[in-house]
Ligand binder design. Structure first.
Ligand code: FES
Length: 325
């Protein structure tokens, strides 16, 4: 369910590497940039094995005069979007959308705690800069597993100075979410962008401290699962379809490639639009979304096709979409 109305030509102007896996891309849209709010993203058409597909990337920092900036971590294994982008050279022609915002920043809170995990820093940097310009009370906590997973660190330090703290797990300096929250004012707002499992840890820390979840706004990505990815089968008796979902490919992509219509929007396990009914299960489901409740995940009667997977077998499903609806 992508909006096809505002696609435009664009050109990759410059790339800059932040470590071996993270690359910043400056992209000039034909017709010039439009201003955008922090938290916005653009969609980009990528080529996955000869097939056009769409990926969303948060815009980095405050608006620039002539380019949109995105930072992309090369993911292994990936669905192919990050690898395709990393192979582009300046001058490459792209198709992009104008900025959209599903992760808006609300002004007016007494204080702000921004928490980034890995490449999740991308939407939060612009938020931190915008809040700082308004003189807001902010603190940015930036956590990464390895030093090489830190993106944009020099730019962040230059922009925020002592308002940012870095946490690198491989250096023995893990972010203790409960400790971080316990010193934060009860009426402050919390913004998070990072992996789904880190979001789960944040929610648990908030619950342990009795902090209302309503003060949390979040975006997730790359939903790593509890199990390594492996092939599994998906059968849809109503359509007489069976597909195999290989590692590195989402169930949603595999179904769409087979011509099965599945509603989708975020494609990262947040909106729930791609959720389908599970009629039978062989093996187990590795739920990787942040949409279904813990109770629903234990029941295994629904699965978010864009991020979650089966292990040790497969699924018989029915899709929510009906041609006659
Ligand atoms: S498309 Fe949003 S949860 Fe799958």
């Amino acid at each position: 369910m992508h909006d096809h109305n505002d696609w435009m030509d664009a050109e990759l102007i410059v790339t800059r590497d932040y470590g071996p896996d993270i690359r910043l891309f400056e992209i000039a849209p034909a017709g010039g940039v439009v201003t955008y709010e922090p938290g916005s993203h653009i969609n980009i058409t990528v080529d996955i094995g000869g097939q056009a597909d769409v990926r969303s990337y948060s815009l980095v920092g405050l608006p620039r005069r002539s380019v949109y900036r995105i930072a992309v971590r090369r993911v292994q294994p990936s669905r192919g979007g990050s690898a395709w982008l990393h192979n582009l050279l300046p001058g490459a022609k792209l198709r992009i959308t104008s900025p959209r915002n599903h992760f808006p920043l609300q002004h007016g809170a007494s204080s702000y705690l921004l928490i980034a995990g890995g490449i999740g820093i991308t939407p939060l940097l612009g938020m931190a800069q915008a809040l700082q310009q308004r003189g807001a009370d902010i603190r940015l906590l930036y956590a990464a597993r390895r030093r090489r997973d830190l993106a944009l660190a020099p730019e962040i330090e230059a922009a925020l100075g002592e308002r940012v703290s870095f946490f690198i797990s491989e250096d023995g300096n893990r972010l203790d979410l409960q400790a971080a929250l316990s010193g934060f004012p009860a009426d402050g707002d919390i913004y998070f962008c990072g992996p789904a499992r880190m979001l789960q840890g944040l929610r648990e820390a908030m619950a342990a401290l009795g902090r209302p979840q309503g003060s949390l706004r979040f975006e997730t990505f790359g939903s790593g699962g509890l199990q390594p990815e492996e092939s599994f089968w998906v059968r849809i008796p109503r359509l007489g379809v069976e597909v195999t979902v290989p590692p590195g490919c989402s169930m949603l992509d595999a179904l769409e490639t087979a011509g099965v219509e599945v509603m989708s929007e975020c494609r990262r396990g947040e909106c729930g639009l791609c959720t389908v009914d599970v009629m039978a299960l062989e093996g187990a489901i590795d739920h990787r979304d942040v949409f279904l409740s813990d109770h629903q995940k234990r029941e295994n009667s629904r699965i978010c096709a864009c991020v979650s997977r089966a292990v040790h077998g497969g699924l018989v499903i029915d899709t929510a979409w009906r041609a006659d609806q």
